[in-house]
Design a protein around this ligand. Sequence first.
Ligand code: ADP
Ligand code: MG
Length: 620
Amino acid sequence: MAKIAINIATGSLQQAEMIVGIDLGTTNSLVAIIHPESKQPIALKEHNSSSLVPSIIHFDPLGNPVVGEEAKQYLETDPQNTIFSAKRLMGKSYKDIKENANFFTYKVIDDDTDSLVKVQVGDKFYSPIDLSSFILKELKQRAEHILKTPVTKAVITVPAYFNDAQRQATRDAGKLAGLDVMRIVNEPTAASLAYGLGLRKDEEKTIAVYDLGGGTFDISILHINNGIFEVLSTNGNTYLGGDDLDRTIVQYWMNESGITSDDLNVNKELSQGLRLRAEEAKKHLSSNDSFSVDWNGDTLAITKATFESLLKPLIDQTIASCKSALADAKLTAENIDTIVMVGGSTRVPAVKEAVSAFFGKPVNDSVNPDEVVALGAAVQADILAGNNKDFLLLDITPLSLGIETMGGLMDTLIPRNAKIPTKVGRQYTTHKDGQSDMRISVFQGERDLVKDNRKLAEFSLKGIPGMPAGLPKVEVSFLINADGILVVKAKELRSGVEQEIEVKPQYGLTDDEVEKMLMDSITHAKDDMQTRALVEARTEGEQILSVTEKFVSKNAPLLEKEELMATASAMQALQLALTMDDKDLIHSKIEELNEISRPFAERAMDAAVSGALKGKSITE
Ligand code: ADP
Ligand code: MG
């Protein structure tokens, strides 16, 4: 048996590599991997520091960007040069964000057109893609520093509601940062994966993913079946999150101490200090009943009970979104099997309680909520890298798989979107007398001609015993097993000679490439259909000519002279039709020849020869 490990997408030989998972968040971003020994997902962090990198970029007076914790210090003191929430600008035009223009403390260019927004810092202009690429570059460098190895491949997560432009922008940001983006994954899907949901192929579940982050709230209802994640509905509020909880505390302290908004506007350090203390208080109250701190000789204090009364309206808003999401999915709370909590703000006990009360069951919160998305991205990355042999590939086959038949046609055995594992077999035959070798060329793609698809592998079935064309029965079978490995087998059924090849599916094909191939197949569908019909007509015509010729030369004594003459002229007419691009003409000439030859063919033609008129044959 020939065993060759081939990359199903690129045709190159397979090699091991590390693909990282990246959560590119509005507030915080991080990188996770599957630990090579423990096989568990872990978030990468430098010694004694957090795994979270604030998604903030500060530009120094020379225009050099600094990302993360260091940049965060400048939020209030140097707001024009400190870019936060760049993710909100991804794939957006100024018109899209006009309503929320006040939210941004830095300069978002307003040219009042449909063109994509840019951010101005000093005399330089940055696209949201540029800004996101700075964050991704920082993450890449951190990962390389921690892992002591180059990191070039990543899976990046995006909100489920991101449209194509936003996904493309995220991909481009990755490319700019020097990352090969293997796949864009929905955040709720990644979070579910981190909980191991959807990894078993026989599992069917409906999941609610409640994600309350720093500045955004998302609720997604997913249906998982056979390892396939389907987003049933999404809802949320792109301007509601932990920052709003902080603001309620700042407001409370201002009321208590008589500090006014004007004071904060004048004194940025004061405003920054209050906000940081408020966030500290909020986090403290997630596991304590009260908070107090000395601040400039004053005491800033708040109890958990007070905080909970302040945040109640915000939580109620998120529950209203959950209701809408369920309604859109045409489900009720009882239909939800599992609730997954995502985002740092779900650490607030009152949030968990409200969500659990609404859905009527306990929530899943055992995985660190601000790492869970990145951890799930790492799980997905590991599966893509082909390391995770215990699990089914999460995807259905992205493109059709088939072999080349006569005339360069693609004969699809496994259609795109087929669920795996799967097995399909089909019979073929030879097209020349005494043909001893048959070439099996495996292709991937949606086009009707193999030249427009991607060749994955090729092998020859050798040693077919000499038989007239059309007599050998070669069964070609495609099997994709649970590991996602495609095994192509060819067996001549009369003689038993067989040959097989293994094609390893490693997804070197990016989503873009898959998409492009699909788009091409749609654009060319009509052309392809016409070409296919013509090629098929020609192949059929040629086969009939050769069979008739053989028959006539073998059985000439049995035929009447008129029959011979009529046959010869019908063959000539068909021969001529084959040189023209007109399938209808070919068909009519085939019909005419058949009409003439039918009476004597029926008289003498044996089953073997009539067999040659049926079925597909493969080029030698
Ligand atoms: P994003 O997905 O928007 O990037 P994260 O999931 O990282 O955001 O969530 C960040 C938010 O979580 C911040 O508002 C932060 O203050 C909040 N947060 C983090 N830890 C806690 C905690 N222990 N209690 C309450 N809120 C928290
Ligand atoms: Mg997030």
